[in-house]
Design a protein around this ligand. Structure first.
Ligand code: HPA
Ligand code: ZN
Length: 325
């Protein structure tokens, strides 16, 4: 209990969070009604009971269906503000937020509507609560790479993007498919991250590092299958944004007790804990930290290490880093 209170009160950083994954059932139904979108859920309970997944794809189907209720700038604003309110409650002082513009564009929603709503909430949270953030535009890897460069340029015109990421269905969609847009992003001085080694093999982590030149790997839990890769991750101190509840809900591990986070820590890897899609996976950052550390029988030193890792791995200013250390 003492340790739970320690977790809750320590200043924290979150580095792997999809804003569409913070859409709680109550808000989902409210937006669906407001925008006259038909959902297969009649109430909050039936929405929640649909949140049972057998793998990444079965989750993505539910996640993109949920995202389809987001239509107006106000929706994106309210969604983001609600997550930032959670950050305030949870003691998160800096957060790096993914968004999936392609799914919204496919519904005919303009990019400036999506980004405008998100960015107003981010600006308010910084001003009102001192919560800083970085916005990361994710490309959906199961879509065509063709339109990604022009999408990146559209986002740059709007402004406020700190970096780019790569998410959605991993198997069959290797990082190499997105080499061009990642090179462009690098030339533009943007940060680069990619989901790799969640369901996909260690080769995808190699590709993300070698071909996409990413600075962090999202998930990356399958790296332990390849000792040469572990060596590389250690040498370059590449951060891995691990999401324990997500991994269990998507059956990457059968339960929290079997998660390899402890082994990753013991290997000396630069790991962090994150919530990924908290509205779908049963908990926000503090719940992820507390349950994982309990189930893996780790201690307070691991919690301190994990949060130091997160601060170091973040894209926030050196000034803010010093303030949090
Ligand atoms: N993996 C891939 N794509 C995603 C995820 C994830 O965990 N969450 C939202 N989009
Ligand atoms: Zn993710």
């Amino acid at each position: 209990i003492e340790f739970e209170s320690f977790v809750k009160h320590m200043p924290k950083v979150e580095l792997h969070l999809h804003i569409e994954g913070t859409l709680e059932p109550e808000m989902l139904l409210r937006f669906a009604q407001r925008n006259e979108i038909n959902l297969p859920y009649k109430d909050i309970e039936s929405a929640r009971s649909a949140y049972q997944f057998k793998d990444l794809q079965s989750f993505l189907n539910v996640y993109y269906l949920g995202a389809s209720v987001l239509r107006e700038e106000l929706d994106f604003y309210e969604l983001t503000k609600a997550y930032l309110q959670r950050c305030k409650q949870q003691g998160i002082m800096h957060t790096e937020i993914f968004f999936d513009p392609q799914t919204h564009l496919s519904h005919g929603i303009a990019l400036d509507v999506v980004m405008g709503g998100i960015r107003s909430a981010l600006a308010e949270a910084e001003c009102e609560w001192g919560i800083s953030s970085a916005l990361i535009l994710c490309f959906e890897r199961d879509r065509d790479a063709e339109s990604t460069v022009s999408l990146l340029h559209d986002a740059m015109k709007i402004g406020g993007i700190a970096g780019i990421g790569l998410d959605s269905a991993e198997l069959g969609n290797p990082p190499r498919k997105f080499q061009e847009v990642f090179q462009r992003a690098k030339n533009l001085g943007l940060h680069r991250v990619a989901h790799a080694g969640e369901e996909g093999p260690p080769e995808y982590i190699w590709e993300a590092l070698n071909l996409l030149k990413v600075e962090r790997i999202d998930h990356g839990v399958r790296c332990l299958e390849d000792s040469g890769l572990v060596e590389r991750l250690l040498e370059e101190r590449i951060p891995l944004t691990v999401c324990p509840f997500s991994n269990v809900e998507l059956k990457v591990f059968p339960d929290l007790e079997s998660h390899n986070l402890g082994k990753m820590i013991d290997a000396g890897l630069h790991v962090t804990i994150n919530s990924d899609d908290p509205a779908y996976f049963g908990g926000y950052l503090n719940e992820n930290i507390i349950s994982t550390v309990n189930c893996l029988e780790r201690d307070i030193n691991d919690i301190i290490l994990l949060q130091k890792n997160a601060i170091e791995a973040s894209f926030c200013t050196t000034e803010k880093k010093k303030q949090m250390f």
